[in-house]
Design a protein around this ligand. Structure first.
Ligand code: C2E
Ligand code: MG
Ligand code: MG
Length: 659
């Protein structure tokens, strides 16, 4: 307590008034005609003496706003002063003992009085003799760089205003013996029952130590989401597996949650947006799981949960409600930056039955996830079942093989002729179809590797190789005199909607010196419908360059006719599944007539693919389909055979021109 603060002066004044009154009492008794007339005077003296000696005065309203050079919000000035010494010696005795033995430096700041208490450890940092109650933050102010002091002041005041924690790094003017030139000071206001900060409690440590402790914290945490990281998850899983080995009744489950097409979220919005989505998802998982369930982020867009102690409800049916609740919560629409985002999440569930090591458990879980996604069943939930691992192993091997084959350029193209039956069965072009010349398995069909290449994104480098090969081959044929031959190259959805797709195509055309009119791109109806506006934009640009676009497998994707009108496409390819029974099934025949009608109305070329028989050909001819692709004319051919076929069928066979 300061000797001459405003309260002391007031107390002194009141006591002085008491003495004055007391001095007049004999005169008052003497002058009064009532014998008890002095009682009111005596009462007043007692009252004033009591107030002077025992009353706790509130803090005066006009006290300076800046105290200890730190701005205190005015409203906090109204908080009654506390007997700080008493506080420390009684209520905070234990706290004081704890902080003094702690290796961390602590401090407290009393809002009403502005007094600061530093612990022993802080005293050491700031080079002050020993722990003591210091009257202000002056010690700190005098120990650090001026600019750092300003930033401390600012953060401290804001922390009091907002009632929020703060943390700031300060550079010391005099580097202590231990050589740490930077300290990190943090604090958080403590409130009274009315929610007003009455003091600030904080810690102070060397920046180096703080970095070390945060390093230790993040050694087991995912820095972005704050949930556990893969390292901790694996260690935790090991504990569970060991426990299950000792206690046969102990059952737990591992749940993997994979955000489908997360890359597209990053690409369409921003990395920052994607990060926030991950934070929201992790919060949702945490809030839905029980406290003792371990939640971790084990891949960029994969979360894992260990559901502990699920004995008695470990069958798929019993677990399903819990898993579904988690699934529903995680995939519910996300409101972020004024947008509503719908995400799809695939979930794999594995119970620890029959598994006695972490590796097997995780392999089973990832195999389930792969199997789920491979079937195109994005956004689904799947439990582990026998056989999945073997399937997954095969897929892993295949994926590895595809990567290697891209490097080794094992993919080759075969060319299937497209015949113009209105021009005497002349070859109007080819469709380039990929084959994999595998040293172990021989020639592998695209049906076996294209879906996996699409799923893993490997279709992008593979597709680039295919486009270049097709352009180089076509250019050779053009140079040999087949100047208006047109080769169609299949593009998958992932390739077609790549941001730099148009530039890539342009570059390949330039580098291979191929005229765009000799190239056609085939995209499926599904690709065209995926991102309609983007697809239309790309088609328009390509079309303006002189390239043609073909809609493959037409009839299988339910594309709306109104969209079809907007697509700048040149050709429809009627899917083989409609051709197969065209000659013997009235429904298929009707459908084929309808497709022919659509193409003719929209003024588009129509190619019927998969034509194998004379009957199919005759039907299509009768109904007015001009282009035919199928085994009836030719299977896909290696380049030299395709050349020979073209040499035979390129010129118009006038004698055969259909009537
Ligand atoms: P698609 O683009 O619809 O190609 C037509 C498929 O039908 C080819 O199968 C072709 O060999 C087959 N085909 C043609 N005529 C007949 C016929 O008369 N009878 C029978 N049974 N089949 C016939 P392929 O070469 O196995 O290709 C299958 C699919 O793989 C293609 O369907 C396409 O979606 C994909 N694909 C092939 N090559 C590539 C490529 O280079 N890139 C991409 N992204 N996909 C490709
Ligand atoms: Mg095709
Ligand atoms: Mg097709």
């Amino acid at each position: 307590m300061r000797l001459f603060d405003e309260h002391s002066i007031l107390r002194f004044a009141l006591l002085f008034a008491c003495f004055l009154f007391a001095a007049f009492i004999p005169d008052i008794v003497h002058l009064s005609d009532k014998p008890m007339g002095f009682i009111p005077y005596f009462s007043a003296i007692v009252f004033l003496a009591y107030v002077a000696l025992f009353y706790k005065f509130p803090i005066l309203g006009n006290r300076k706003k800046i105290r200890n050079d730190v701005v205190i919000p005015e409203k906090l000035e109204q908080v009654p002063a506390r007997d700080y010494q008493k506080d420390l010696s009684e209520k905070d005795e234990l706290f004081q003992m704890l902080v003094d033995v702690s290796s961390e430096g602590f401090w407290t700041f009393d809002v009403p009085t502005g007094k600061v208490y530093w612990s022993n450890r802080v005293a050491k940092f700031l080079n002050i003799a020993s722990s003591s109650i210091v009257d202000s933050f002056d010690t700190l102010k005098n120990s650090v760089l001026e600019s750092d002091w300003s930033s401390f002041k600012e953060k401290f005041s804001r922390s009091l205003e907002d009632n929020a924690p703060f943390s700031v790094r300060l550079r010391l003017l005099n580097v202590p013996k231990d050589g740490n030139s930077e300290i990190s000071i943090s604090g958080r206001p403590q409130c009274n029952e009315e929610g007003r900060p009455i003091r600030v409690i904080g810690s102070l440590t060397s920046a180096q130590e703080q970095a070390e402790s945060s390093r230790q914290f993040y050694a087991y945490r995912d820095a972005l989401t704050g949930v556990y990281n893969r390292k901790f998850f694996l260690e935790k899983l090991k504990v569970d597996v060991d426990m299950a080995a000792q206690r046969p009744d102990y059952t737990f489950a591992v749940v993997l949650l994979d955000i489908d097409s997360f890359g597209a979220i990053n690409e369409s919005y921003s990395m920052n947006f994607g990060d926030n989505v991950l934070k929201i998802v992790s919060d949702r998982i945490r809030s839905t799981c029980r406290n003792n369930d371990c939640v971790a982020r084990i891949g960029p867009d994969v979360f894992a949960v260990v559901l502990h102690d699920i004995q008695g409800k470990s069958s798929d049916d019993e677990l399903m409600p819990m898993v579904k609740r988690l699934h529903n919560k995680v995939k519910s629409p996300i409101q972020l930056d004024g947008r509503e985002l719908y995400i799809s999440v695939s979930m794999a569930v594995v119970v620890n039955k029959d598994v006695d090591c972490v590796e097997d458990l995780l392999s089973n879980a990832t195999a389930v996830l792969r199997d789920l996604k491979k079937g195109g069943n994005h956004g689904g939930i799947q439990f582990f079942a026998g056989g999945i691992r073997e399937k997954a192993m095969k897929l892993y091997k295949l994926e590895y093989e595809i990567r290697r084959a891209i490097q080794a350029q094992e993919f080759v193209l075969v060319y299937q002729p497209i015949i113009d039956i209105e021009q005497g069965n002349r070859v109007s072009g080819f469709e380039a179809l990929v084959r994999w010349n595998n040293s172990e398995h021989g020639v592998v069909s695209p049906a076996e590797f294209i879906p996996l290449a699409e799923e893993t994104g490997l279709i992008v480098p593979m597709g680039a190789q295919i486009l270049r090969m097709a352009c180089e081959q076509t250019k050779k044929w053009v140079d040999m005199g087949f100047s208006d031959i047109r080769v169609a190259v299949n593009f998958s959805a992932k390739q077609f909607t790549l941001d730099n797709m148009v530039d890539d195509v342009k570059r390949v055309l330039t580098e291979t010196h191929l005229n765009p009119k000799n190239l056609k791109l085939e995209i499926t109806e599904y690709t065209a419908m995926c991102e309609v506006e983007k697809a239309i934009d790309i088609m328009r640009t390509l079309s303006n360059m002189g390239l043609q676009i073909s809609i493959d497998d037409f009839g299988t994707g339910y594309s709306s006719l109104s969209y079809l009108k907007r697509y700048p496409v040149h050709t429809l390819k009627m899917d083989k599944s409609f051709i197969d029974h065209i000659a013997d099934d009235e429904e298929d025949a009707t459908f084929a007539r309808m497709v022919i009608g659509i193409a003719s109305t929209l003024n588009l070329d129509l190619i019927a693919e998969g034509v194998e028989t004379e009957e199919q050909l005759q039907f299509l001819k009768r109904e007015g389909c001009r282009y035919i692709q199928g085994y009836y004319f030719s299977k896909p051919l290696a380049p030299d055979k395709a050349l020979a076929y073209m040499q035979e069928h390129y010129a118009v066979e006038t004698s055969k021109v259909s009537s």
